[in-house]
Design a protein around this ligand. Structure first.
Ligand SMILES: Nc1ncnc2c1ncn2[C@@H]1O[C@H](COP(=O)(O)OP(=O)(O)OP(=O)(O)O)[C@@H](O)[C@H]1O
Length: 619
């Protein structure tokens, strides 16, 4: 319901129009009071990120920086300006990230200074409901070495002015090395902050989240959202939460929009438990991501350019994978269904283990027992029926040697508070197929790539899976054994909707909750007794021996040595800032006649009143 309107003039088309301004719960409405006038302006609260007292000048602010400066100097005035963000109505394509948001400013004049201040107070509640009762205070870590080294410019052009205009206080710390964010989050007092933010790529946020979750008191700050203001080369998470443009990321912090985010718990031999929010990749995508680090100066284009080169000489890696399909992790008590039997290179793979001791029907054309795949590409897991299939004991395989995962013991030592039990925790490595719970699926073969995803976008131009979401309670597993460049190219170039390419012949897709990778070749530590340290993409000293054909893992874009690895979904484990209209995830937007949730048509409606002032975010 709208409260009664206050007399307020709106500056439009070089003149002041008499009218009244009313505030609803979710919108602001100005109506021309001239008899028979059709002039009306409606602005959705999602679009408003600032309102400031301004001098009675009608000149538009050229940049947001200029507006931020003026917000200091205006003393007594009856004028005020509202700043909004939206996208142009013409941008309707969900599968590209090229439409930059635009800023509009709207100039109003109230009866007097006191009325202007009173209206400003009401509009601030539209910016965020607790504007007057809670001061936002952001912890900001900035990595000047990210991407094309534009972090300082992003700070000056976007973060400083938008935070000032939106009344967000902040403490900023420059990273001094690769472990800075991890150590900072582990050791500093975080109690005054309302968000933990980076100006960086995905790598720094990865360090920040892992440092945070290693704190003994992390549970206390569980409601504090993380935010990433993109300055890196990939910025996969930022694009996945509709904050790929720095101005949108800053405005999300001002408006304090957040939602829970799933994480992937990563368990590896000789490493503490760690978490990824974006992806774990092995094969083509990891090779491109990590090996193209030397071309950082090209920004996100480094991956596109190097990706083409790598495609010309495709590599494959022999490995076994074992995964728990999402539909099997909930309920075991169901009959075998053939609907989910995948087809690999045109051949149906009888990969599903027997469920509750009932053997799956066999395909007349195939006899798929271990090693008897007609293409000799996969061997198929057909374990003996287990009595207790859901939770085998946490035994450690005695023949496993020192590098083996000590299952639950290892996890206990570094488990963050509130971490649910991990589905793979009871499985010792190397996997003994006879002991693998029967709802798990095993495959073995030569993989071109294995992508394990928690978010749809891995970079500005690479939508790796449209149907995934940061908070959908599942992991998306996408893998290929194909060497067909023509079939793989459209997936990596984004020329087609990725999900339409998941044909289970060249590119396979499964929704899962846990996965174990057992690569045939593994990285070797240089000193056999010392653990494999976390590798840093920029480090010149690789602490492990480079063995030809081993490849590399990319964990949220951070290089890691190839070894046994377990990945388990942890639902809604942290919070992440998203753009104000992220409730309808943009990756799910379709081309349609309905206006985009972030378009001017959806956020404003105006009749006759058509001239707002455009303000540049940065020059
Ligand atoms: N001052 C620093 N010197 C060297 N390395 C740093 C410094 N600060 C952070 N790092 C490390 O740099 C790595 C990459 O950083 P970041 O993710 O910010 O940029 P990026 O790799 O260009 O972007 P993206 O991950 O999106 O591709 C992270 O591992 C981070 O820990």
């Amino acid at each position: 319901m709208l409260a009664g309107g206050s007399p307020v003039k709106l500056y439009t088309s070089s003149e002041w129009l008499e009218g009244s301004l009313s505030m609803g719960k979710d919108l602001l409405v100005w109506i021309d009071s001239t008899p028979k006038s059709v002039n009306k302006l409606v602005i959705s609260k999602k679009a408003i990120f600032s309102v400031i007292l301004t001098e009675k000048h009608t000149k538009a602010f050229k940049t947001i920086k200029e507006a931020a400066k003026i917000s200091d100097s205006t003393k007594e005035s009856c004028c005020f300006t509202i700043f909004t963000i939206s996208r142009n109505d013409s941008s309707t394509n969900s599968n590209d990230n090229n439409d930059r948001p635009v800023c509009d400013s709207w100039s109003f004049s109230a009866k007097d200074h006191a009325s202007a201040l009173s209206l400003i107070k009401q509009i601030q509640v539209l910016i965020r409901p607790d504007y007057h009762s809670r001061q936002l205070y952001s912890l900001v870590l900035i990595n000047h070495t990210s991407g094309k080294r534009k972090a300082s410019k992003i700070l000056k052009d976007f973060v400083e002015p938008v935070f000032k205009l939106g009344n967000v206080k902040y403490d900023i710390h420059e990273t001094t090395g690769p472990d800075f964010a991890y150590d900072f989050m582990l050791s500093h007092d975080l109690s005054k902050y309302t968000s933990f933010c980076t100006i960086s790529g995905d790598g720094l946020l990865h360090q920040m989240i892992n440092g945070f979750l290693s704190r003994p008191d992390s549970l206390k700050f569980k409601q504090v959202p993380f935010a990433v203001i993109p300055a890196g080369s990939g910025n996969g998470l930022a694009w996945s939460v509709d904050c790929g443009w720095p101005e949108l990321a800053c405005i999300s912090i001002v408006k304090n929009y957040s939602q829970p985010m799933d994480l992937m718990a990563i368990t590896r031999p000789n490493h503490p438990l760690m978490f990824c929010f974006l992806s774990v990749t092995y094969g083509y995508v990891a090779d491109v991501d990590i090996e193209s680090e030397k071309f950082r100066a090209f920004g996100s284009a480094r991956m596109d350019i190097y990706g083409v080169l790598r495609l010309l000489s495709l590599r494959q890696y022999n490995a076994k994978i074992h995964y728990l399909p999402a539909n099997k992790s909930v309920e075991l008590n169901q009959n075998f269904s053939t609907s989910s039997v995948p087809v690999i290179n045109g051949k149906q793979i009888n990969y599903i283990t027997s469920v509750n001791g009932i053997d799956p029907p066999t395909d007349g054309n195939l006899k798929l027992e271990n090693g008897t795949n007609p293409q000799n590409e996969f061997s198929v897991h057909q374990p003996s029926p287990l009595k207790n299939s859901t939770s085998p004991s946490d035994s450690v395989n005695s023949s496993s040697g020192s590098s083996l995962l000590k299952s639950s013991d290892m996890l206990q030592s570094s488990r963050p508070h509130g971490l649910p039990s991990l589905k793979s925790a009871g499985i010792s490595l190397p996997v003994d197929k006879a002991l693998l719970p029967q709802n798990w699926v095993s495959l073995e073969g030569s993989f071109t790539f294995i992508n394990i995803l928690n978010a749809p976008w891995l970079s500005k131009s690479f939508l790796s899976c449209q149907s995934t979401d940061i908070n959908d309670g599942v992991i998306d597993l996408i893998w290929s054994t194909s060497k067909s460049r023509s079939k793989l190219l459209p997936y990596f170039t984004g020329s087609q909707n990725p999900d339409s390419m998941f044909d289970n012949v060249n590119i396979n897709h499964e929704k899962i909750t846990s996965i174990i990778i057992e690569p045939e070749k593994r990285a070797k530590p240089l000193t056999p007794t010392s653990p494999l340290p976390e590798s840093n993409p920029q480090s010149q000293n690789k602490p492990y021996e480079i063995v030809k054909g081993v490849g590399i893992y990319s964990l949220d874009g951070e290089a890691a040595p190839v070894d046994f690895i377990k990945i388990d979904l942890v639902p809604s484990f942290v919070k992440i800032m998203t753009s104000p209209w992220f409730e309808n995830p943009r990756n799910k937007r379709q081309k349609s006649k309905t206006p985009r949730a972030d378009s001017k048509a959806a956020l404003f409606s105006y009749s006759a009143v058509s001239k707002s002032n455009s303000t540049e975010f940065s020059k």
